[in-house]
Design a protein around this ligand. Structure first.
Ligand code: IMP
Ligand code: MG
Length: 179
């Protein structure tokens, strides 16, 4: 598995610092609100589990499953809801927790859909941001860090469902996904 990684982009140490910083910011901003974390499975689940323990105000969590990639490395823009949230959002301050904001097509679709349910507020927290690849107008309020236009894996992020268990974020060797 390690042989498929070209280099480490975000170390375990740096991930910890990022998570603590985001946790502090979110705690400050949501201490008097009704924080409702919505996480998109599966990529963001490791980030969520660390982030929620760095958040020191009350919060709830829920999960959605969407699919837009299949086994490829590019978003198809064709977002399918596989598992939805089934409670009303009117009294919730929704924070969508994502692993990576790439083209933005997935989150753009999700934001539109959830906005129709009139949450009290809605924002995005993403661990990684690849701004060079943005194909639509979507912004995250909380960003762990920006990354270059490379395909990354680890800490929840996959290629073809693998590499999620790497404890750091690494750049995948292009020959792995071009062969
Ligand atoms: P978007 O719709 O293009 O923004 O795609 C977002 C989703 O694509 C993320 O939640 C990831 O699941 C996946 N994705 C985008 N870039 C990468 C990457 O570099 N590595 C692993 N997954 C990625
Ligand atoms: Mg994925």
């Amino acid at each position: 598995m390690l042989n498929d990684v070209k280099s480490v982009l975000v170390s375990e140490e740096e991930i910890k610092e990022i998570v603590q910083r985001l946790g502090r910011q979110i705690t400050e901003d949501y201490k008097d609100k009704n924080l409702y974390l919505i996480t998109v499975l599966k990529g963001a689940v490791i980030f969520l589990s660390d982030l929620m323990r760095a958040i020191k105000c009350p919060c709830e969590v829920d999960f959605m499953v969407v699919s837009s990639y299949g086994a490829g490395v590019k978003s198809s823009g064709n977002v399918k809801i596989v598992k939805d949230i089934d409670i009303p959002l009117e009294d919730k301050d929704v924070l969508i927790v994502e692993d990576i904001l790439d083209s933005g097509l997935t989150l753009n679709f999700l934001m539109d859909m959830l906005q129709n349910r009139n949450p009290k507020s809605m924002a995005i927290c993403t661990l990684l941001d690849k701004p060079s690849r943005r194909a639509c107008d979507v912004h995250a309020k909380y960003i762990g860090r920006q990354v270059p236009d490379e395909f990354v894996v680890g800490y929840g992020l996959d290629y073809d469902e693998k590499y999620r268990n790497l404890p750091f974020i690494g750049i995948l060797k292009p020959e792995v996904y071009t062969k």
